[in-house]
Design a protein around this ligand. Structure first.
Ligand SMILES: [Zn+2]
Length: 255
């Protein structure tokens, strides 16, 4: 939406000042709405002629919902991570990679990935404040390396769980997304989120079992959970852990 203007609603002293709240006037808005962003920022969108008083009342009446969403966003947000990271830990597959910026001339590029060292050559000032282009380029390199690593290793882990349980899948597809950990299509394609690499091995194995079980039960029926439980009695706590697992994913994977 263009043409909106934002101003701080200091009057509201939202959430003990913890979450900044902005109000945006939008010519296209038909009614008041409130949105809590991933970074816990609260944004109220108001039609042009709605009074400040009406906005305040609106916020007050949604206070519980807003508080709850802000707390949720704060829980889900990964702890601030330095960039470039010194090390990339992939607990799911018991790997840890040290990032080595080896310098040199030319564009940033991945030189080698072996013996736990990711060697990246080229001119890099990704850690210099303000050099966003270099940081973005480095993130692109790390993400594509992560996808390659994930494709090989998650395929191997999935095949392992399939062999242990006798469940079968047709093919695997790897995604990088914020919304879901995995899915299983009717034709047996299992989609996995590369962010699973940042989870504990037990959590990864539970998710793999979960998706493989969907090849037999395309729903979350009682029989589905019974089938999961047969191979993984502690699925409840692992499922809860996975729900909170977004916190384990470093922010450079997405932003
Ligand atoms: Zn499911």
């Amino acid at each position: 939406m263009s043409g909106g203007s934002a101003s701080q609603l200091s009057l509201f002293d939202a959430l003990n000042g913890a979450a900044p709240m902005t109000i945006r006037r939008s010519a296209r808005a038909r009614r008041l709405s409130v949105r809590v962003h991933r970074n816990a920022r609260v944004e109220v969108v108001a039609p042009p002629r709605v009074s400040e008083r009406a906005v305040r009342q609106f916020v007050d009446s949604h206070r519980d919902w807003i508080d709850q969403r802000v707390r949720q966003a704060q829980r889900d947000a990964p702890p601030p991570t330095e960039f470039p990271p010194r090390e990339i830990a992939l607990p799911a597959i018991a790997e840890s990679w040290r990032l080595h910026l080896s310098g040199g001339t030319g564009r940033l590029r991945l030189r080698s990935a072996s013996a736990g060292v990711l060697s990246i050559g080229g001119v890099c000032r990704a850690d210099a404040p303000g050099d966003r282009a270099a940081a973005a380029e480095l993130k692109r390199i790390l993400r594509s390396w992560l996808m390659r690593r994930g494709r090989d290793l998650l395929q191997r882990e999935l095949a392992g769980v399939a062999a242990r349980t006798g469940l079968r899948f047709a093919r695997i597809s790897l995604r990088r997304q914020r919304t879901r950990w995995g899915s299983c299509s009717a034709c047996g394609t299992i989609s996995l989120n590369v962010s699973l690499l940042f989870q504990r091995p037990q959590v990864l194995h539970y998710l793999l079992l979960h998706e493989l079980t969907h090849t037999q039960h395309m729903n979350h029926s009682k029989r589905f959970w019974q089938a999961v439980e047969r191979h993984c009695p502690q699925w409840r706590s692992l499922d809860r852990e996975l729900l909170a697992g977004w916190r384990q994913v470093p922010s450079w994977v997405f932003d």
